[in-house]
Structure formats: C-alpha cells, structure tokens
Write a protein that binds this ligand. Structure first.
Ligand SMILES: NC(=O)c1ccc[n+]([C@@H]2O[C@H](COP(=O)([O-])OP(=O)(O)OC[C@H]3O[C@@H](n4cnc5c(N)ncnc54)[C@H](O)[C@@H]3O)[C@@H](O)[C@H]2O)c1
Length: 340
C-alpha cells in the first residue's frame, strides 16, 4: 500500500516507518520537524519526507494514498498543559481535519494514534474499549474529542481505526526521555540512581514502541470488517504494572538504587487496561517485547551511543524542553504551536 505517515520524525514514527517499509509498503512522511536533530543514532531513510503542518493539509496532498497513519500530535501531558487550546487545535481538531481531508481525497484507511490515557483516572478493574472515558489532562481529553470527531466519518468508503496505545517504552532513533521506562533507565545510566517522580503506586499499561508499530501494521493489513470504526487497546496484560515495579526491575538490571524525588506523591493518572480485544481480533499480533528486555535495550544503546545526563535531561530528548527551547529562540509561537 501507499501510506502517508504523519509525525514520522518523532519517537514512534522513526521506529514504525522502517517496519512498514520492510513489510513492502511505500511510505511518505509528513512532519513539522519539531524534533529534527534530536537524534539517538542513525535516522531512517529511503522514503519521501515532506515538511508541513497537518492543520494545513488539503485533499490534493493526500490523493493517491491507500491509507493515512496519523501520529502527529502534542505527545504528552506537560506540553498539553502549556497551552490546552493549542493542544486541542493540533490533537483534536487537527486530527479530525486530517481524517476529513483523507476521506475527501478518497483514502480508504485511517489509523489514528490514540492513547490509553483517555481512560484517565480509572477504577480498580481493567478497562476495555467500551469503558468510560475519564481523562485527567487536556492531552487525554484531546484524544477523546478526536475519536468522537473522526468516528462519524466512517462509511462504506472510509474506515478509521483508533489505536489506544499504552505508554510506550524502548529505544528509537528519536528517543524520548519523558516516558517512564525510558526515564528510569536513562537516569540509572546517567545519574546512577533510579529516581521516582511519584510514590510509585500508580498502575500504568506499557508497550514497546516496536510492538506499537507492529500493531499499526496489523491493523493496516487486517480485513476491513475487523477494524472498521474500531478501537483497540494496544499493549498486553502482563505489562500493566505499578511504577514501583518498573523501578525495581530497572534497579535489578542496572544495579542503581531506587530514590524518590523531593515531594514525590501519588499521581492522578492511574489506570489498568484490558487487552483482550486486540489479542482475539488480531491473533497474529503477539507482542514480542517485555519491559525487562526494553530496559536492557535502552541500557545497551545508552552505553553504545554515549548517552549523557545533559542530553537525557535536556531539549534533545525531553519533549517539553525542546518545545520551550524552540519558543525561547523565537522559532515557535506557543499561542498557536506554529513554527515561525
Ligand atoms: N509515546 C507514547 O507513549 C504514546 C502513547 C500513546 C499514544 N501516543 C501517541 O502516538 C503519537 C506519536 O507519539 P510520539 O511518542 O512518537 O510523539 P513525538 O512527540 O515523539 O512525535 C510527534 C511528531 O509529530 C510531529 N508533529 C507535532 N505536531 C505536528 C503538526 N501540527 N503537524 C505536523 N507534524 C506535527 C512532531 O514534529 C513529532 O515529530 C502521538 O499521537 C501520541 O499522542 C504516544
């Protein structure tokens, strides 16, 4: 298939694109380039990379594609808090705009990168795809609005799917330091301690970035009736864990002791997720990675690529810091989240 992947130059995109290429699909990327140069090893290549803002897409840009994979977004809570209106502008209305434009251009498949964080502050029971939404941040809320705006577009000629990813972990040519497994492992490497920002009690569903990418591929290639207007929680039951369990694993593997940041307390984001649907509807998609393997992968890459504390805690790998750096240097307008 000929597939447009937007957000291809981010953490997930840099892993997903080569997996799609290896499966024989022709990929074209579209990204505004916020994290260009924030590299962790060699970048993927061998495909057309367009530079632009998803909010400016027109049907002519999407003509001739069989599918759109929509990854581009403000990708975490802290940036979402900087300017909630702009977050909704990109993540919610921007996502609906891309879906509507794809439909107008005759694109048949639309894969939306949603998030388990739309379940927000869940109860004690694991929540399935038909569970209630209780997002606790503008980021989580933006994913709810996007799904609810895209779904009415589904018809005989347009099949959107919503991949509600667990929190990702693992190495990527565009590494992120602000997601929990990566953060704890990288801090163990650069600072010699596993530093917890909360008391470690919250539950969090986790999934390796390569398994997320393979889930996108599986949905892309699945029969239409299996994925048409369907949401899938992307992850696996064994990897819904408390943050303190991750910290203990990182400590065991790296030998670095666990410590708590000043004022570390409970975290409002606390939820458990049920992955039965993806396991049964897409049975060939068995996740390959364990959290333990992911910790070892990041640790080995950190050693090979010479990860420094300055990079790991700075604009290169922390999304919020990079956005603030772009704003400080006058290259990004925070009110609109547009590059100048
Ligand atoms: N990483 C996770 O743990 C996780 C979990 C669940 C869902 N997701 C979702 O997956 C998607 C990708 O996440 P990621 O971790 O790769 O994020 P990322 O921040 O590393 O990458 C996002 C990419 O989108 C681009 N982008 C942002 N706004 C844009 C715009 N208006 N126009 C064009 N490009 C734009 C950025 O330049 C960046 O390259 C996001 O939608 C995110 O919400 C991520």
């Amino acid at each position: 298939m000929r597939v447009l992947v937007d957000g291809d130059r981010g953490y997930i995109g840099a892993v997903l694109v080569p997996i799609f290429q290896a499966a024989g699909h022709e990929v074209v990327g579209l990204d505004v380039g916020w994290y260009d140069g924030c590299d962790f090893g060699p970048q993927p290549g061998g495909y057309e990379q367009r530079t632009g803002d998803i909010r400016d897409l027109t049907p002519a840009d999407l003509e001739g594609f069989d599918a759109v994979v929509h990854l581009a977004a403000i990708s975490n809570d802290p940036i979402g808090h900087l300017n909630p209106d702009a977050t909704y502008g990109v993540n919610a209305h921007g996502a609906v705009h891309v879906a509507r434009t794809a439909k107008e251009a005759g694109v048949e498949r639309f894969l939306f990168s949603s998030s388990c964080s739309l379940y927000g502050a869940g109860g004690d029971a694991p929540v399935a795809e038909d569970g209630e939404f209780h997002p606790v941040t503008p980021y989580g809320e933006s994913k709810v609005i996007a799904e609810q705006g895209i779904s009415p577009l589904a018809d005989d000629s347009f099949s959107p799917s919503y991949l509600r990813n667990a929190t990702a972990y693992g190495s990527s040519p565009r590494l992120r330091a602000d997601i929990v497994v990566n953060n704890l492992t990288g801090t163990a490497f650069t600072r010699g301690e596993v530093r917890l920002q909360s008391d470690g009690s919250p539950w969090r569903p986790l999934v390796h970035v390569e398994d997320i990418s393979r889930a996108f591929l599986a949905v892309l290639e699945a029969p239409r009736d299996v994925v048409h207007d369907q949401a899938f929680n992307v992850g696996r039951d064994e990897d819904v864990v408390q943050i303190r369990t991750i910290a203990e694993q990182v400590s065991e593997i790296t030998g670095a002791p666990v410590s708590f940041a000043d004022g570390a307390g409970p975290d409002a984001r606390n939820y458990q997720v049920d992955f039965t649907k993806i396991r049964t509807q897409l049975p060939d998609l068995a996740p390959r990675w364990t959290i333990r393997d992911g910790i070892e992968e990041i640790w080995n890459d950190a050693r090979e690529r010479g990860l420094t504390a300055e990079d790991f805690e700075g604009a290169r790998f922390v999304r919020l810091q990079r956005i603030q750096e772009l704003a400080r240097s006058g290259r990004l307008d925070l009110a609109t989240l547009r590059l100048q």
